[in-house]
Design a protein around this ligand. Structure first.
Ligand SMILES: C[S@@+](CC[C@H](N)C(=O)[O-])C[C@H]1O[C@@H](n2cnc3c(N)ncnc32)[C@H](O)[C@@H]1O
Length: 223
């Protein structure tokens, strides 16, 4: 099976996506947290963390118009699954209409329900959870529920890959995950902070810095 037979419809066109995204930002600024979709530089930096050979199940929180979704599908193994969880009905409809791929499950719902969403699809855990949802504008109890559920659903050697426009989420990530590595991507409208959260050090990604990652993350936050 070739990738092109797996992805017969390829995610609409860029101007339609930007228009739909901008319209929804005006309606739900706190839920979206950004006026336009992520840049390809940010997308590449996030996806560099994924070991595609061992990625059986990937979950994406807040796919929006599918900027990262399409790139995940381009790299994902033919027998693997991608579950996107999106609260915005316009985006859910758009993704279902424009991306045709048997590996993709587009779910309308909240990331807080990730465990039941995976269970209903016969999936026991996530190898990677990729998250662009805005943690600093959501109620604290929702943020806590999402981080706890993500921790519980993650494979022991998996990773939770988060991108945000500020470091505000970092203390909550450090409270939930034993290892948090940080990167920065300036080539995005609103330069982005990236946080790569893991449960075990041996599966840490491309970080080459010395010292404990938790200590590093704390030091960066304190600056
Ligand atoms: C900044 S946009 C990111 C869109 C896309 N992933 C990108 O990088 O361009 C954040 C998205 O998260 C969605 N969202 C916000 N809170 C959510 C939640 N609790 N569960 C699922 N999706 C959520 C919003 O509807 C929006 O589509």
């Amino acid at each position: 099976m070739t990738p092109s037979t797996l992805v017969p419809k390829q995610n609409g066109n860029r101007s339609e996506q930007i228009l739909l995204f901008g319209r929804n930002f005006v309606k739900h600024p706190r839920m979206l947290g950004s006026l336009i979709p992520s840049s390809r530089f940010l997308v590449d930096r996030v996806l560099r963390q994924v070991d595609w050979a061992r990625a059986n199940t990937i979950v994406e929180y807040g796919p929006g118009v599918g900027t990262i979704t399409g790139e995940i599908l381009r790299r994902l193994r033919p027998d693997a699954s991608l579950v996107t969880i999106e609260m915005n009905r316009d985006f859910v409809r758009y993704l279902r209409r424009t991306v045709g791929d048997r590996r993709l499950h587009v779910v309308e719902g909240s990331a807080a329900d990730v465990q039941s969403i995976l269970q209903e699809r016969g999936l026991s855990h996530a190898d990677y959870v990729i998250s662009g949802i805005p943690y600093s504008t959501m109620p604290a109890e929702v943020r806590e529920a999402i981080l706890r559920a993500t921790h519980d659903v993650l494979h022991p050697q998996g990773a939770f890959l988060v991108y945000q426009f500020t470091r505000a989420v970092l203390p909550y990530l450090l409270d939930t995950f034993p290892l948090v590595d940080q990167e920065f991507e300036p080539r995005n409208i609103m330069p982005a902070r990236l946080f790569f959260c893991r449960l075990h050090p041996e599966r840490r990604g491309a970080s080459r810095k010395r010292g404990g990652p938790k200590k590093r993350a704390r030091a960066a936050f304190d600056r």
